[in-house]
Design a protein around this ligand. Sequence first.
Ligand SMILES: [Zn+2]
Length: 220
Amino acid sequence: MLVLHYTGMKTAGEAIERLCDPAARVSAHYIVEENGMIWRLVPDSRRAFHAGRSCWAGESDLNAVSIGIEIVNPGHEWGYRPFPEEQMASVERLCGALLERFLIPPHRIVGHSDIAPDRKSDPGELFDWPRLARAGVGIWPEPAADHTRGRGRGVGVIEQAGALANLAAIGYCITAGAESTCVAAFQRRFRPERWDGRLDGETARRLGEVRAAYDRARRR
Ligand SMILES: [Zn+2]
């Protein structure tokens, strides 16, 4: 698997220092600076401590099966901002090389918030997943043209059950009572205009689209 993060610290220097501090017990295989500079901190063959308590498609020891990439950004706590072009170009190139080397299928490329929705919101709604998908990194189906249909409308009980089933089929591990955090994680990644965790008609429709794309990828 490939897990993408933002550093969520004020500066790149601070983040690198922390990721290299044994006492912090956090690490990642790579860090990508805003100017596009890539640093390798942990060899690909070694386990890094980046995923924490997490789960995707029933798998829960994600550090054992994934490469972690930290992307420098102050994050929601210190002034979340767009990821510059130089940085995205490097992320795209690095991911592409890793996918090729380790044969990582597109449905196993995730953001930290996808695998730990109750604790994490990185890399967040400003991260350009569509761009990566166009470069063959991950899945991001274009929304159908009638994109605004059902916006704001609530969904019925049956539709809601179907939507949650789609969420689980994509890979999200849903905890009873905490469904809205999963919905918010889904929205950040696939419907980033609003990530309120509310299962409205548009979110439900988008869930169907994304699930179909994941199903197609898994059948390949
Ligand atoms: Zn993270």
